[in-house]
Design a protein around this ligand. Sequence first.
Ligand code: AMP
Ligand code: ZN
Length: 477
Amino acid sequence: MLTIYNTLAKKKETFQSIHTGKVGMYVCGPTVYDFLHIGNLRAYITADILRRYLEYCGYEVRLIKNITDVGHLTDDSIAQGDSGDDKLVKKALKEKKTPQEIAKFYEDYFHKAEKEINILPAHYFPRATAHIPQMIKIITVLIEKKFAYEKNGNVFFDVTKFPDYGKLSGNTLKNLKIGARLEEHPDKKNPWDFALWLKAPKEHLMKFDSPWSIGYPGWHIECSAMSSEYLGDTFDIHTGGEDNIFPHHEAEISQSECFSGKKFVNYWVHTRHLLANGEKMSKSKGNFFSLDDLWKKGYTPMELRLFMLSAHYRTQINFTWKVFNQAKSNFKKISDWVGNLEKTTEFKTGGKNNIIIEKYQKDFEKAMNDDLNTPLALSVLYALIAKTNKLLTQNQLSAIDAKNNLAFWNRINKILGLIVSKQKIIPTEIIEIAEKRKIAKEKNNFLLSDKLREEIEKFGYAIEDLKDNNYLIKEKI
Ligand code: AMP
Ligand code: ZN
């Protein structure tokens, strides 16, 4: 059974879904004003592994990952994150483009990158700009219930009205008061109140009509609106990077729970940061590696994926080429192993069963059940590879062992998501000749069928006849 560290409970908990066999999961997605960097990918890979593992355990997962295309302000690490410029608007002005053009370009890049890294697509990628009415509805109710107030066209959430404020991050009002000195917005009642809606200056590029002003939503409200739209008021899992814990997720809880009167999320899963030179890798600091930086150096998407899985999601990783090269050589080890297993099953039959694969399967699952301990799970795989390789060098690896190993690999790789086999694509001309040969055989024209076989062989392929006039084409070795 899966146990997962829940930031809300501050401990590992046994996972139990709200609805039997089904899981609702929300992932804080990208703010589409710049290239996705490998730090962002770390957070998305954790979510992907969690989703894949839940599916492996038999759950039907519905995963929603939002696209932030409005409202995320530049000073998001200061206080409640509602000062500064809109990140998209700033970029649009700099590049003399519309915010929509900026959003489209970086959203496309994000999807391409996720595909390259073999992150399973979310079931839906809602955009913040397409959910303004839902946000307005929540804000209206919050004002009615007196959890929020409007002044001069701005609307703020009144943190003093929600006694649970701080339950996720530990930043209760008492703790916050000791902590920081804030730049106070003139319309806020309390310095820690946060923006739900902000009135836009006349020249602002992205603004929407609302009952309070022509303006734009706060960053936090969008995730409350989009999650409840697609997953309901209460759902199972919410993920993000550790920087999302405060203020973003703390604010989401306040808004959503005061709006619905129900618990918002059962399990909060946060990935620690990927660092560069000891600091959070981030778009705003500019200390990030893009995917293209890696590909230019000759690394591959799957090596990056393995690099991420080689550390537990709740430990920080400092990105260095040395650690990355370790992942590169481990990826080669796995690919070679799979290649050897495939060859063995192709050329050998039967034999003695030397490896008790069930033990590896059990140990692998045990590691994954323990808060998705991917480095430990990978060490189980590496131990199996070492054992198999030893048998191989002694020419003792039987076809049955190879088959069991491959079946194990295919099972666990549904979770790891590594693409290793260099799938050989059979050229269409070869398939066309094979099809002609099939027809010839059906007509008992064996002379022609032999001629066509020779033709296929000239191209370096072999054809094997199967039952019912079917065939298998293989590369000749
Ligand atoms: P953003 O596009 O900045 O809104 O970030 C998208 C997601 O990536 C959020 O869940 C962040 O918490 C996460 N994230 C950003 N930087 C890092 C990093 N260096 N390491 C891990 N996760 C990160
Ligand atoms: Zn979010």
